[in-house]
Design a protein around this ligand. Sequence first.
Ligand SMILES: [Zn+2]
Length: 337
Amino acid sequence: MVILFGTHPKFVEHDTGSLHPETPERLIAVKRGIQLSGVKEVIEDFIPEPATLEQMSRVHEPSYLAALERFCLMGGGTLDPDTSASMSSWEAATLAAGAGIGASAKIRAGEADAAFLAVRPPGHHAVSDRAMGFCLVNNIAVLAADLASRGERVLIYDFDAHHGNGSQEMFFESSSVLYVSAHEYPLYPGTGRAREVGRGEGKGYTVNLPFHADTTGPSYLEAFDRVVAPCVEDFDPTWTLISAGFDAHRKDPLTEMGLTSADFGNLTLWVKNLVPHAKIVAFLEGGYDFAALEQSTAATLAALAGESLKPEPNSYGPINFDMIKALEESRKRALSE
Ligand SMILES: [Zn+2]
């Protein structure tokens, strides 16, 4: 068993400015998670190469990529009210996008079993022609599109507390990528209602679980069993890509969700057990409390190795059956329209 832990010194040089929650120090906390994971012996360092323009252009407008590169090389600045870039951000963004490509190549070659990619900047809010929500290039989407172009069936499993609007939008009309997101709602960016189910050929291939604030692990797993499992089993993915944001942790300063660190291990084990043959690559997205980042990374790494780590107790119920039933019905209505 080999689990790649991918990171790069350039990720720390992506400077978001003072008072921004998406700091380079987040990666130090994430790296500490290796020691805590209990599976250190199967973890292997992986240094990514940058993604090519061709690889990134599968999901981004070439004109946006060119403008982003120019903007960064001229010193950077503010891209939207939440998102900024510095001189090094272009290089960091291309390395973050390339991490998935490189890790998946090693897994395909049989040199590794799974990968956890501790990248900055994060990716799941970036849309085809615009940076958004701390994200410049949509890292997970770049890999999903690369794998889909090879004929693979790709599950994107996004448990970041924010809806991955960029990832959803890029594959909204595609039946080769199944996008699943559990997130707090209402919350930034405002998308991710249960009735958003995909369009055209992609209808049914987007699954949104908009959860109330304070939702805990048992409700996540109940909703996954009832709503997500049938879709994933039908789709039968060959790859599972995880948007591993840890901001649904109850200590996170940006959101109001109720997960513990151990729950992130459970969510990872849930999908690993559901489709055991699918190869897994996890990408760091959000997560802004350092202790939560360290412990949640540890739990996720342990789960990737098939172990269950309990740095703190799993969160307890009660399961919000009314919430789950309501989103299930809203999804069914949208599918029958
Ligand atoms: Zn987030």
